[in-house]
Ligand binder design. Sequence first.
Ligand code: NAD
Length: 436
Amino acid sequence: MEINELIINKTAKVGVIGIGYVGLPLIIRIAECGFHVTGIDFDKEKTEKIKAGKSYIEYIDDSRIKTLVQQKKLAVQEDYNHLYEFDVIIICVPTPITNNKQPDLNYVDMAVNGIAEHLRKNQVIILESTTFPGTVEEYILPLLESKGLHVGKDFFLGFSPERVDPGNHKYDVGNTPKIVSGMTEACLGHIFSFYRQFIKQLIKVSSPKTAEMAKILENTFRYVNIALANQFAILCNRMGINVWEVIDAASTKPFGFMGFYPGPGVGGHCIPVDPLYLIWKANEFDYMMTLVQLSDDINSNMPHIIVQRVADILNMKGKAISKSKVLLLGMSYKKDIGDLRESPSLKIMDLLLKKKCEVLYNDPYIDSVEVESNKYYSRELDKELLNGYDCVVILTDHSIYDYEWIVENCSTLFDTRNILKELKKINKNDDGIFVL
Ligand SMILES: NC(=O)c1ccc[n+]([C@@H]2O[C@H](COP(=O)([O-])OP(=O)(O)OC[C@H]3O[C@@H](n4cnc5c(N)ncnc54)[C@H](O)[C@@H]3O)[C@@H](O)[C@H]2O)c1
């Protein structure tokens, strides 16, 4: 049967390499729409959980996985031995940066080499991992064609960036518009046809390079605007102006303004990483993305700004930071999830420890963290703990926290997220509350 027919009647077998934050919601969506899907991941902990019908992402219910596994719509594998069986293969592996901020394509490399080894006629290969423009055309295509098959004729290749926003209950895989691209018209046709089976709105672009650049633009746009908000926060603090009130006021303009907010730094696998892929690629064209580089400098410096503010706050209370106890609330990079990747909270903890103060943390989603090879465990929050600390710092504004209770039970609180604004009534005077 032709590949297009297999796609349209949903008998195409789908393999998704990498079933993390992007891959897991994707395989669930594809399977729930009627395809038979296999998630391929080297991480045995994840594959074992799926086999047992369990989720490892907070906002995905076990029941959805369990049902699909029981219906035999969803399976998992831990190696590439059966890649030739899949009609459609989607790559959702990490694309991190190295210690010196260079793209690390090791995971993509592994996946593509695995596919190349088993490549057969009529397979559709789609990259969803975020990467620099040119990855599919200049890097993946030559690897796949080195086996003697030709793109657009024997196999089909393209890029479709993932836009999943972990924890977002309004937009999921099915109702988030998705960009699709292909190396040739035939590639684009098959890829469009595939995603159309389970995604409401698709946007075709002319090449994988365009799609790769569009994804990088989306994330760089956020990164640059967050940097601007962070600079406003620093200046406002010096001028005695509340930056949050400023942004809220500016946001009342119904056109031409979009509110971005400051914070303790930028975390996650995407926003602080993807702009660096762009900086790296631009160098090849003798072009420095100076605005993006500057934004990276500003955002990367925020943990230092936070630690300085903690020291200033303690100083105002007549305490030296080296003799103080600081309790951090929220270690994940974003509220209501347990993702520590690139989290600025880790950097802040490290910097505080280097200032010789005693540091503990609480995060309902993260049992332990490692800083400079030392392991720290999340401490249960109680009145005694809160009272016993010289400064409590809200780094991540998890919804589960009872902020009113926290305010009542600590002497000094530094809120880097402006979450306390949401409290209708704070039963104490504001002397002990500081906002970024
Ligand atoms: N997390 C997000 O919100 C998000 C949003 C949009 C795009 N992205 C992009 O999607 C990609 C994946 O991100 P993620 O957050 O899902 O990462 P993740 O770390 O949560 O998951 C990746 C999974 O891939 C597995 N893996 C790594 N290399 C493998 C290989 N060669 N073969 C098989 N399995 C392999 C890992 O074990 C892991 O389970 C990245 O490029 C990221 O930039 C992420």
